[in-house]
Design a protein around this ligand. Structure first.
Ligand code: FES
Length: 194
């Protein structure tokens, strides 16, 4: 295991005038999570998710705003955000396609799935398409080994994936990812429909 060290002391934080953490988001976070957690600080993880859901990633300015809102130092927010690889600290595509690369999925064809998506989207894992629509990554086990191969498209789980059908289905996704709220999809049942 290797530690990747980044020099953040000299990082210039790009600021915009409009806050990322809007008044509506604060009200929503307070109403939804403050009653369920023992302290405001404890709301950090769902608050980071809320920012990421809204903007697709978590800008440094948003971390500072979250720190102020939850009574945390910006460094504490950044420590947490950088610990989990599911939080994106730089812009990514509107759709994050995450293929499971762990054993059960590998045995059931995840390598072919990734290869197909790399060719279709013309990117390598961890890259984003030129139009900013898709980012491709590989994750470890998604907890769906019995229905491998599996992948996530944003927060929706897809199981028993057929690479060709899944690739065609990606073409049908709306430009605005907030309009995409499908429930989990099992591809052996839906392959004929795509
Ligand atoms: S190995 Fe892919 S979901 Fe578990």
């Amino acid at each position: 295991m290797a530690w990747i060290v980044e020099n953040r002391r000299t990082q210039v934080v790009e600021k915009r005038e409009t806050p990322y953490l809007t008044a509506d988001m604060k009200i929503d976070l307070a109403n939804r999570y403050f009653p369920r957690y023992p302290t405001k600080r404890a709301v950090l993880l769902p608050a980071l998710h809320a920012v990421q859901h809204q903007y697709g990633w978590i800008p440094t300015q948003a971390m500072e705003e979250l720190g102020e809102f939850l009574g945390l130092q910006p460094a504490e927010v950044m420590d947490t955000a950088t610990f989990y690889e599911e939080y994106w600290l730089k812009p990514k595509g509107k759709y994050l396609v995450a293929v499971c690369r762990s054993l059960a999925c590998e045995l059931c064809g995840s390598t072919e799935l990734t290869k197909h998506l790399k060719k279709k989207l013309n990117i390598e894992p961890a890259e984003t398409t030129a139009d900013g629509k898709f980012t491709l990554v590989e994750y470890e086990c998604l907890g769906s080994c019995g229905t491998a191969p599996a992948a996530l498209c944003n927060d929706v789980l897809h199981e028993n994936i057929n690479p060709e059908s899944f690739g065609h289905w990606l073409d049908t996704l709306p430009e605005d990812p907030h309009e995409y709220h499908d429930s989990s999809v099992t591809w052996d049942e839906t392959a004929s429909a795509h």
